[in-house]
Design a protein around this ligand. Structure first.
Ligand code: T5A
Length: 238
């Protein structure tokens, strides 16, 4: 077995890390930073570490088409359960075409949102029964559960302000979920914290209020603690 293999769950060579949290928490920013850190750790090794960054909804051409539809709000009239089914359909394709093949060849997969977002957005905030979503998760995700989930936590008002500032700079309006009322986003925050409390072995809560550098440092520390074999080369290179 190579030095960079067997970083995640037993039986699969790769390692699956998801980023979760409310709107504007800094997930995209931090995925790029963690990917760069992990890739830098591969420098000088006999065998380079492959890092794949991806996102949900989306991550594969078919899933990106579902993303465009759902975030445009076209499915909203069908209700949160129908939206959960669309996110699940996108996830099914994303898992089979990108995530599982990447893990099978030993890559580290960093994914911006995954099934905890369905639990929080369509479940806790949207009102779909947790048992229903758990059944959907079982059939869609199966054994491909994340090795580590980093939950970027900050008050909803701060995340929404960041997202709005970014949207203004890009001359675009809020998407389907950004447009929801503050109470919806506060329920999301509580839901992500409840997931972390229920599954402490998988989840690490990261304070996302600091500077991008401070948040990146906290994420590296969590990776080094939870997945030491993954962080070893990267920590040496930092
Ligand atoms: N969804 C998704 C569901 O409802 N169910 C599901 O099952 C799934 C998978 C996806 C939407 O779909 C929903 C959730 C979402 O509403 P999206 O566009 O991918 O839509 O939205 P988000 O995942 O929320 O991503 P965002 O792009 O809005 O936020 P990020 O990625 O968390 O934040 P980021 O890095 O883009 O940063 C936002 C802004 O803040 C700045 C950045 O420069 C940027 O301008 N920033 C900071 N500013 C100050 N301090 C820091 N530490 C900062 N970090 C970043």
């Amino acid at each position: 077995m190579s030095e960079v293999a067997a970083t995640g769950a037993p039986g699969r060579p790769g390692c699956f890390i998801t980023f979760e949290g409310g709107e504007g928490a800094g997930k995209s920013t931090q995925i790029a930073r963690l990917a760069a850190w992990l890739r830098a750790g591969a420098d000088g090794r006999a065998e380079a570490r492959e890092v794949v960054t991806t996102r949900e909804p989306g991550g594969s051409p078919r899933a990106e088409r579902i993303r465009s539809a759902v975030l445009s709000g076209v499915a909203k009239p069908y209700g949160p359960f129908a939206e959960a089914l669309l996110f699940a359909a996108a996830r099914l394709d994303h898992l089979s075409t990108l995530i599982r093949p990447s893990l099978a060849r030993g890559a580290v997969v960093l994914c911006d949102r995954f099934s905890d977002s369905t639990r929080a957005y369509q479940g806790a905030a949207g009102g779909v029964e947790p048992e229903t979503l758990a059944a959907l998760e079982r059939v869609v995700v199966g054994a491909t559960r994340p090795d580590l989930t980093l939950i970027l936590d900050l008050p909803a008002e701060i995340g929404l302000a960041r997202a709005r500032q970014r949207d203004r700079a890009a001359a675009r309006g809020p998407d389907r979920f950004e447009a929801e009322a503050l109470g919806f986003h506060q329920r999301l925050r509580a839901a992500f914290l409840a997931i972390a409390e229920a599954e402490p072995a998988r989840c690490a809560v990261i304070d996302a209020q600091g500077t991008p550098d401070a948040v990146a440092q906290a994420i590296r520390a969590a990776v080094a603690e939870r997945l030491p074999q993954l962080a070893r080369g990267a920590a040496d290179a930092a």
